[in-house]
Design a protein around this ligand. Sequence first.
Ligand SMILES: NC(=O)c1ccc[n+]([C@@H]2O[C@H](COP(=O)([O-])OP(=O)(O)OC[C@H]3O[C@@H](n4cnc5c(N)ncnc54)[C@H](O)[C@@H]3O)[C@@H](O)[C@H]2O)c1
Length: 397
Amino acid sequence: MPVRFRYGSFTLEEKRVRLATAQGCPPLWVRLDRKIPYPVDQVRSITLLAEGARLFIKVTAEVPVATYPPGAEPDPDRTALRSSNMRILVTGGAGFIGSHLTDAFVAGGDEVTVLDDLSRGRPGRLDPSIALHKVSITDAPALRAVVESVRPELICHLAAQIDVRVSVDAPADDAVVNVVGTVNVLEAARAVGARVLFASTGGAIYGVDAPVPTSEDVLPGPEAPYGTAKYCAEQYLGLYNRLYGTRHAALRLANVYGPRQDPAGEAGVVGIFCGRAFRGERPTVFGDGHQTRDYVYVGDVADAFVAAARTDRPGVWNVGTGHETSVRELIDLLGHASGRDLDPEYVPARPGELQRSALANDSAARDLGWTPRTTVADGLAAVYAWVADGSPDRAGR
Ligand SMILES: NC(=O)c1ccc[n+]([C@@H]2O[C@H](COP(=O)([O-])OP(=O)(O)OC[C@H]3O[C@@H](n4cnc5c(N)ncnc54)[C@H](O)[C@@H]3O)[C@@H](O)[C@H]2O)c1
């Protein structure tokens, strides 16, 4: 567990920093391995972190939040979000979405800590200054100890068993992580008065008969234990709000895709197709390819969490584009992005798959001021570029 030293005043130079305490102890000069990536006048605070034999400095700066997709010109609208310097714990923060979210919070000036059991997460996805606790949300005492030491104001709860097929094969194991683990997070949050923002699913919570695009007032009818567990966890959030007057909220994510994604999750198809296209292999399509999904770019999802964190409203919001994209359209777009002639191989449909899915996002636009900005064509091009670049862990910020 890292030890933190806060410094009341500091002098920043290109390759070193002078730290001085308010109590008048002698100042400490620290030589930096690399240049601080912010202009000096944007830096608001500096903390020295000691973890074992390693020393880091954590720099909090007031800067515009990250822009997506990578390589895009800075968008002046996004500079409206400013530092609020919240203490935030992200469970599952070493995962695909969680690591993008930690980057967005760090860029917004928040103090971020990650808790992840590293079953699927990778420390390499994280900014090296972020403290990482390797703990499972199923270990309630260990989870609580971390939460009590960090004392976050907000917990973004993304740690989960995310594989729908695993949930069908082992529903009890799925429920232990996705239901009991979430209750453990709620109890730990209650101990320190933290608000919880929960990553629920919009792609796997509504039933086959739901109108498309689906709004939040449609009664969920999940088709697999994964969606059932997420819905159950949402119900616990609502219960805690009623019992304890908390302001917990859930974001129902559509099919999230982007750089850093392992190809096994709900929307792994984008990463899989990009990988096959890059290697010159044929993409495999289950069914006739006319089935649709709502593909939302990971940078837009991170923005939705940041918006929900800043509003402090309880609620349940869909986070999707509202648009359906078929597998055939995805392959056409990828053909353009990769400049390759893709010739898909069609195999029999997998049983139990939804034919259509898209999430209405009017509530998030109205309550959170959030709308997605990245088109599927642009997002797909960003993922293809990431795959072609060797799929680096820290790409795509
Ligand atoms: N990717 C999507 O399309 C999508 C869609 C809807 C909802 N979600 C939800 O968003 C969240 C993040 O998903 P992701 O795609 O980034 O998946 P991911 O697997 O990359 O991230 C999940 C993280 O949780 C960690 N984790 C798993 N079990 C844990 C445990 N018991 N204790 C602590 N950490 C644990 C994993 O190591 C991993 O780092 C999940 O809650 C998922 O259900 C994702």
